[in-house]
Design a protein. Sequence first.
Length: 619
Amino acid sequence: MHPRDSINDPAPPAQRDPRALLREVFGHADFRGAQEEIIRHLVAGGDALVLMPTGGGKSACYQIPALVRPGTGIVVSPLIALMQDQVAQLRQAGVRAAFLNSSLAATDVAAVERSLLARALDLLYVAPERLLTARCLEHLSRSPLALLAIDEAHCVSQWGHDFRPEYLQLSVLHERFPGVPRIAVTATADPYTRAEIAERLALGRARVFVSSFDRPNIRYTILDKGDPQRQLLRFVREEHPGEAGIVYRLSRRSVDETAAWLAAQGIRALPYHAGMDNAMRAAHQARFQGEDGVVMVATIAFGMGIDKPDVRFVAHLDLPRSVEGYYQETGRAGRDGLPADAWMTYGLADVVQQRRLIDLSGANDAYKRVASARLDALLGLCETAGCRRVRLLAYLGETSGPCGNCDTCLEPPVTWDATKVAQKALSAIYRTGQRFGAAHVIAVLRGGGGERIARWEHDRLSVFGIGADLDEGAWRGVFRQLIALGLARVDHAAHGALKLTAASRAVLKGEQRVEMRRVRGRLAAARKQRTAPGTALPGEAATLLDTLKAWRREEARAQGVPAYVILHDATLSEIARRRPGNVSALGTISGIGVRKLERYGPALLALVNPGDAAASTRA
Ligand code: ADP
Ligand code: ZN
């Protein structure tokens, strides 16, 4: 019997009901969040502006209406890699999809154009510059269009770092194709960008759908920086062995260094930054997307266009630029909804460095004030003793309660009365003339030797050696918190000298108490009980998952596509856990639609039920 005949409810795609399409084509049982409402709104001919976090399921919001409505759905997408990926995944699901961009040879372009004109395409992905050509617009006007979708719509914003000038002209679509519903989607939460998108794309009358930007499957952890590479290595080995992740660093040099160091420790790590030549960069990106378990060490040049659903962690070894940047970068973890980590180490040097970048930026004062305020918000997130997620969401304009899935919720930080220690630190800054950086002031407090101390006769000061009871790391934590609390500041016009602030006085005079967090470079064992998605399965299921992944790797290699284009991790995990014994049971697993059941069902059932030759055909 052909597997397709054995599905209990073989509603043909011709039925064109959104929910039936979700099940048959994408293999999902139910809509998520606002998906259904958005889809119904578009099917009825309305325009929509959709703000949903990464991994929220934005693509279904235009893909399904494109299948329901007659004609071809046109999707404007800014990056070739994104288009290729989406089209590969759609084709796997049996959707007639194609793309037009500069990666295609002229004969391939002609073939896609013929399919469009022959009305043989459900979805066509087009690069914006291509779409705006007279030729493309002419072809579109000769074809019935189901809808126009603008992906990554924040590219229209001149203030964001993903600005694409061609996006500005996309408002012509509105004039050119007035009756065709339009949908713009983005994961950018910022209300300014939202207003800008609506205005520039002439979506003033579109219905706006805003989802919560919470990413509940991401666990946030921010640790005190010791030796960050070693901290990272331990984290990867203990919590994400063999899994894909991204490590962000600030400079190209540190990217190269960390990638080489990790590789020498046996981690499959690759560097990625704007200083590498294009071919090498593209090759590294392709390996990250296509192979299992590659760790990409990158500057923020590695950003948009990462469509990989199974990134299990994003690590920051340096402080990001802002809370917004932190949210976007960490958001690349766990698109598939499975547990993922956002892990960061941060220390005094980061605070000093970020201040320096602002102070020496050469920008005007207004810009510096905004940048400073942003940095303060980020430091607030790093130093908080409360829930990280509450802080993060508050920054994005949402109120929430303690999440239970961040480091401070899981292991509340120990705070201590640091008033005396703060007084010692501030006195030392004062007594040394507010002319020295933290390293020197700490050496004075700890009663260290050295040429500089002797030269300035700082061993004669009353503060010399009064802080010998704390080690250097602890003192750095104290100075970092003093700066973050605004009780001291770094002056870059004076080579990074520490200075007192207006707020220092009350502390020195004993009028204000200072609370600090106990420094911690790692978390206690309790936390590690949460394991990676694969190892969370009971032994037998974990073994089966490995077998399924090996099969998928082979299949992906044979077809020349990334593994997740075949089936997502979440789907393989569910198969391993539920061990479907027949075709209809397999068909109820999320991510397996009619086409994938037909194509991969027999192989999967044979792997799940070895020795039961009948399973792969049994209904
Ligand atoms: P976004 O573009 O918003 O980042 P995607 O469209 O890539 O998100 O979807 C993220 C993940 O969620 C994908 O793995 C997708 O298969 C899955 N997904 C989308 N909609 C549903 C749904 N209704 N039920 C289950 N999984 C879904
Ligand atoms: Zn929390």
